[in-house]
Design a protein around this ligand. Structure first.
Ligand SMILES: Nc1ncnc2c1ncn2[C@@H]1O[C@H](COP(=O)(O)OP(=O)(O)OP(=O)(O)O)[C@@H](O)[C@H]1O
Length: 477
């Protein structure tokens, strides 16, 4: 049990680790904990499920126990569910300290949160949007004395994806002290390293796991080449086979949109699979409830958008199915990392249509490993094909009747208002952009057609400028 003690952690923390079954430090913990205890900034890049959370929680708790005050530490993370998960690690490991934490995420009551913040918790775990809202609207708390700023999934926080945190991060970074320790962690830090280095300037310590492959060794990675139209039948077949062959099982299925997520959830339920959905169109309480039911194995299948692709630690997940091939290798790495965690085995299956093959090549190039084809009994899939398609159509009709798209539109408008934008003006801009794009497309088409005509003409012996209208084919003299 010398492991954690040798890193310089106090005996009470070593005992906490022992009680939680953390016997030996993982490599990222071995690498980062001493540097953080020395007071250095830290950039930690290690594979999914390798214990990055404890790599920052443990040294922060140690420093907090030496000089306890609030607000001592701020942790930023991209999703609400992840904020709760990190808070739990602080709570269990920091129990002997009587640690006070506070979770600040969207979708929850702002007044309650403001009250909690004013009580000076030791640790605040937040998503950037909601914390920035509090900073802009309230003067009952401040974060200008924090000792630690942690950015978990740091590359996601900095990238300008569908949720862009840039403006909120600016507000937050303007409110934290320049003299602080900054800790940045992710399984995919390298793309955003330059920006991240600008944030961690205090003798930064960069730790990266050296491995030939960027995904976990215990992960069996497969692909299944399927025509778009029969994808769902393959999905049902895969889930059915897994259920037939295993007693204790859990699967996460990733989809590309909230709507597909919802439809597939309804569809799998029609086939009596215990399924729950998790996507950003759900109310926050529903999101938490879905996750809790999945974690406790009441429901065996979680069907989710990328809101669940990062950080979630659910040890029972044995399989990840990508219903769509992720457009970015980074997203693939995080999605499949929801299984095969902390030394366990796991399998990832990616459904690939004829249009996605280049995406698989990009993924293979990044992870430095080739995916293997998953053999499937096609006859069994053919047997259920019509039934699956009929059920899917029924679910689509049901969802349309529930005005899913309209609700999405309303949510979008609300979001724009919250961001201080005028939804009508934004819609106008979008329409203008679409018009320009359409004009460009038409122009390209016209040029393409003209070129084709010229090729035809030159093959038929015509030369000269681009013909405006097709010339009649040469007839007999
Ligand atoms: N030293 C250890 N020994 C055994 N298990 C550990 C150790 N440290 C952490 N774990 C466990 O490993 C699991 C994964 O840890 P964690 O969630 O911190 O991974 P991560 O590296 O942050 O992954 P991701 O990149 O997906 O966010 C957790 O269940 C955690 O309790």
């Amino acid at each position: 049990m010398g492991g954690f003690a040798e890193l310089g952690l106090s005996s009470w923390l070593v005992e906490q680790c022992r009680q939680l079954g953390l016997k030996e430090p993982t490599p990222v913990q071995l690498g980062c904990i001493p540097a953080i205890l020395e007071g250095r900034d830290c950039l930690g890049c290690a594979k999914t499920g390798s214990g990055k959370t404890a790599a920052f929680v443990l040294p922060i708790l140690q420093k907090l126990s030496e000089d306890p005050y609030g607000i001592f530490c701020l942790v930023l993370t991209p999703t609400r569910e992840l904020a709760y998960q990190i808070a739990e690690q602080f709570r269990v490991l920091g129990k002997p300290l009587g640690l006070k934490d506070c979770i600040i995420v969207g979708g929850m009551d702002m007044v309650t949160q403001a009250l909690e913040l004013s009580r000076k918790p030791h640790v605040v775990i937040a998503t950037p949007g909601r914390l920035a809202d509090h900073l802009r609207s309230s003067n009952t708390f401040h974060i200008k004395k924090i000792r630690f700023l942690v950015m978990d999934e740091a590359d996601r926080l900095l990238e300008q994806g569908c949720t862009d945190f840039t403006a909120d991060l600016e507000t937050i970074l303007a409110a934290v002290p320049a003299h602080r320790q900054t800790l940045l962690f992710s399984a995919t830090l390298t793309d955003t390293l330059r920006e991240l280095q600008g944030l961690a300037t205090n003798q930064p310590f960069f730790w990266e796991a050296q491995a030939p492959v960027r995904t976990v060794e215990q992960l069996d990675q497969r692909y299944l080449l399927v025509p778009e139209k029969v994808k769902d039948a393959y999905l049902v077949h895969l889930v059915q086979s897994f259920q037939d062959e295993h007693e204790d099982w859990s699967i996460i299925i990733f989809t590309n949109t909230c709507k597909t997520c919802q439809i597939l959830c309804m569809m799998l339920r029609k086939f009596n699979f215990p399924t729950v959905a998790l996507h950003s169109m759900m109310k926050q309480k529903e999101r938490f409830a879905a996750l809790a039911k999945f974690k406790s194995s009441i429901y065996r299948i979680l069907i989710a958008t990328d809101v669940a692709s990062r950080g979630l630690d659910i040890p029972t997940v044995q399989v990840v199915i990508n219903h769509n091939t992720p457009g970015l290798p980074k997203i693939y790495i995080h999605r499949v990392g929801r299984t095969a965690r902390a030394g366990r085995q796991g399998q990832a299956i990616t459904l690939v249509t004829q249009y996605d093959i280049h995406l698989v090549h990009a993924i293979e190039e990044q992870i430095k490993k080739q995916l293997e084809e998953l053999p499937v009994e096609e006859a069994s899939v053919l047997q259920i094909l019509t039934q699956v398609n009929v059920v899917r159509r029924e679910c689509e009709i049901k969802l349309e009747a529930a005005h899913f798209d309209e609700k999405k539109e309303i949510n979008k408008r609300k979001q724009l208002i919250l961001e201080g934008k005028d939804p009508d003006l934004e819609a106008k801009r979008k329409a203008e952009l679409a018009k320009i794009k359409q004009r460009n497309r038409r122009f390209k088409e016209k040029v393409g057609q003209a070129l084709k005509r010229r090729q035809v003409a030159s093959r038929a012996g015509y030369g000269g400028p681009l013909p405006r209208t097709p010339k009649p084919a040469p007839g007999p003299a």
